[in-house]
Design a protein around this ligand. Structure first.
Ligand SMILES: Cc1ncc(C[n+]2csc(CCOP(=O)(O)OP(=O)(O)O)c2C)c(N)n1
Length: 686
């Protein structure tokens, strides 16, 4: 059972046909079997993992990496490399084997032997930032494919901006049945088809098997027709025939649409009894089966041994793009100096500090000169009017709520299939696909993606937000209509538990600014947080501007600060966020009328506040006898600030459909209720 050799391999262009056909076929078989052997040996050694997929897709991966993929193991961050996304991340041994075989220095045989062990770079599922060459963290099915759409958008946009002399690459994806069954895949392929992302090529591991058994247990979609309906070019091939794979990939290079190649494969190819069965999907094959596979594949070598001639063939494949890389460097050096510097700066992820500082200053000066009592979503647009011209890397968007999210400033051109230079993306009603595409753009580099939807729909984005946090990528989510304050749309649209749920994600910054000045400051912090994603929760309803003084410093940077307070001897400290800060300020006034001193602390970002040193945190929390938290959301998470004995004014049920002022009264989130709670608590403390 060896991979087929076919004379049609001669269809490859001259530079890719380095060897005579027969020799190439032998080399192909040996190269593909090296992947298979490493996968089954590593999984066996780890006593866990997924050998079936790497064994099944070894032929496809071999053709892709040895003939098509543009990459240079000596410089994994080469800006114009093709991106390769293993969306079916459970088959991680496929990518680890490829990285080792093609010569990524970091990916040693030792690391392969330490597959899935503590502190190895060969994690169970590929993790961005562990091993160079892994472009994104995959494992949750569907995400890699959706990231790849973002990468392909980034490529087209940057090519439009900097020219195809320096940006001219493709994005290849290996996706499995599971990837294509996930709902996010529909959002992503529809967007890719609409934008005609013809540099996106998906190799579908069409093996008809998933964990439960035959795919026919749960699915009967014709994927070729489905992709075609979404505006893709799609074909079916034998995924074990190198000539067919070569021909399909060759054809894909000139497509004017995104390309799906459904590769019919056998999961666990070569395993004598487990090939073609779910038994090879997700557990070690076992010593007998591995011995049998070695026989079927005619692989006579010891575990983890790759014979010198096969390793050499792989290393030659790894060095294939060196010429293309140096040609690219020459073209980059010919680029106009300013443009080149901008390209390099952006690909590194450095913002122009001066441009950002000037833009923030401009917004704050305007707000100090002419305070604005506006919704924070409108304040966001006001800030964007300064930031977007200053920061060319910002690419905005909305999931069909552009007018509500205020994420598109006047004159901002939309991106389209015929003009990728636009900086605004109409994602359609596809929150999950949008959030994941944004991850892809951030991973690609050169772009700081931001986009919008309603806060309540953060649930529809959550898996992608979680991965951005895990990967440490700067992706900015504008989430408007952030509480019952949205009013008449009612409880389906009123977030109650969402702030707490988002704050539960490690490495995510959740901002809830209280006025136009805080909105600008929080935006600045989100842009400066290069290693983490942010959510900005913004209001629909107007709010008074509480900060009228021009502060050079970003006061929100410490997460919480005193926004109103008479003196140090206050008996009451009221902590509030967003739209509830102005209500807290009113409560403090009511308390003052009753001779009770109260401080008001605005908490625009829990995470930043909780990261401050003890001294700062103590100076803010102090020893007020009564602490009260106010937020039109559930209490969960607040105890870290007000203590478990603190008072809380907020929500403990879903909202309701009514004008927002009526809702604040109904749910008791009023200055009077805060003042009463404070007085009652002061009394019971005496
Ligand atoms: C969102 C998500 N749901 C469930 C899983 C668990 N899981 C891993 S692989 C898999 C399906 C396996 O089938 P397929 O995608 O066809 O992969 P193959 O068996 O061909 O390797 C599932 C359900 C996951 N990784 N991600």
């Amino acid at each position: 059972m060896s991979a087929k050799a076919s004379p049609t391999a001669a269809a490859a262009p001259a530079e890719r046909r380095e060897q005579p056909v027969a020799a190439a076929a032998i080399a192909h078989t040996g190269m593909a079997n090296a992947i298979r052997a490493l996968a089954m040996d590593a999984v066996e050694q780890a006593k866990s993992g997924h050998p079936g997929m790497p064994m099944g897709m070894a032929d496809v991966a071999t053709v892709l990496f040895s003939r098509f993929l543009k990459f240079d193991p000596a410089d994994p961050a080469w800006a114009d490399r093709d991106r390769f996304v293993l969306s079916a991340g459970h088959g991680s041994m496929l990518i680890y084997a490829l990285l080792y075989l093609t010569g990524y220095e970091q990916m040693t045989l030792e690391e392969i032997k330490r597959f899935r062990q503590l502190d190895s770079i060969t994690a169970g599922h590929p993790e961005f930032g562990h091993a160079a060459g892994v472009e994104t963290t995959t494992g949750p099915l569907g995400q890699g494919l959706a990231n790849a759409v973002g990468m392909a958008i980034a490529e087209r946009h940057l090519a439009a901006e900097f020219g195809d002399g320096v940006v001219n690459h493709r994005t290849y994806v290996i996706a499995s049945d599971g990837d294509l069954m996930e709902g996010i895949s529909q959002e992503s392929i529809a967007l890719a088809g609409h934008l005609k992302l013809n540099r996106l090529i998906v190799l579908f591991d069409d093996n008809g098997i998933s964990i439960d058994g035959a795919l026919s247990l749960a699915d009967s979609v014709d994927q070729v027709k489905r992709f075609e309906a979404a505006g893709w070019t799609a074909s079916r091939i034998d995924g074990h025939d190198p000539a067919a794979i070569t021909a399909a990939l060759e054809k894909a290079q000139t497509s004017d649409k995104p390309v799906l190649i459904a590769c019919k494969t056998k999961i666990g190819f070569g395993a004598p009894t487990k090939q073609g069965s779910e038994k090879s999907h997700g557990s070690p094959l076992g010593a007998d089966e591995i011995a049998g596979a070695r026989k079927t594949l005619a692989w006579t070598f010891a575990p983890f041994e790759v014979p010198a001639d096969i390793l050499k063939a792989w290393r030659t494949a790894g060095a294939r793009s060196k010429g293309a890389h140096s040609d690219w460097k020459a073209r980059l050096s010919e680029l106009d100096g300013g443009k080149r510097a901008q390209f390099q700066r952006r690909m590194k992820g450095d913002l122009s500090k001066q441009a950002l500082a000037d833009a923030v200053r401009a917004v704050k000066e305007k707000l100090a000169a002419q305070p604005k009592d506006i919704a924070t979503r409108t304040a966001c647009e006001f800030a964007l009017e300064s930031f977007i011209p200053a920061l060319p890397e910002m690419i905005g968007g909305s999931a069909d709520l552009t007018g509500s999210n205020n994420t598109r400033i006047k004159g901002m051109k939309a991106m389209s299939a015929s003009d990728f230079s636009g900086r605004f993306i109409h994602y359609g009603v596809r929150e999950h696909g949008m959030a994941s595409a944004m991850n892809g753009m951030a991973l690609h580099g050169g772009i700081v993606p931001y986009s919008g939807t309603f806060l309540v729909f953060s649930d529809y984005c959550r898996p992608a937000i979680r991965l951005a946090a895990l990967m440490g990528k700067r992706v900015i989510h504008i989430m408007t209509h952030d509480s019952i304050g949205l009013g008449e749309d009612g409880p389906t649209h009123q977030p109650v538990e969402h702030l707490a749920a988002l704050r539960a994600i490690p490495n995510l910054l959740v901002f809830r600014p209280c006025d136009a000045v805080e909105t600008a400051e929080c935006w600045q912090l989100a842009l400066e947080a290069r290693d983490r994603p942010s959510v900005l929760a913004l209001t629909r309803q107007n709010l008074p501007q509480l900060r009228n003084r021009l502060d050079d410093e970003n006061i929100c940077a410490r997460g919480a600060y005193e926004i109103a307070g008479p003196d140090d001897r206050s008996d009451v400290a009221i902590f509030a966020t967003g739209s509830e800060v102005s209500i807290a300020v009113e409560a403090a006034k009511l308390l003052a009328q009753r001779s009770v001193a109260a401080r008001v602390i605005s908490v625009p970002c829990f995470e930043l506040f909780l990261e401050q040193d003890d001294g700062y945190r103590r100076s803010i929390v102090r020893n007020a006898r009564v602490k009260i938290g106010v937020e039109a959301a559930i209490r969960q998470g607040w105890d870290a600030i007000i203590g478990s004995d603190g008072g809380f004014i907020g929500m403990n049920s879903f909202g309701a459909s009514a004008p927002y002022k009526d809702l604040y009264k109904k749910f008791g989130i009023t200055a009077e209720a805060i003042a009463e709670t404070a007085i009652r608590r002061l009394g019971s403390n005496d």
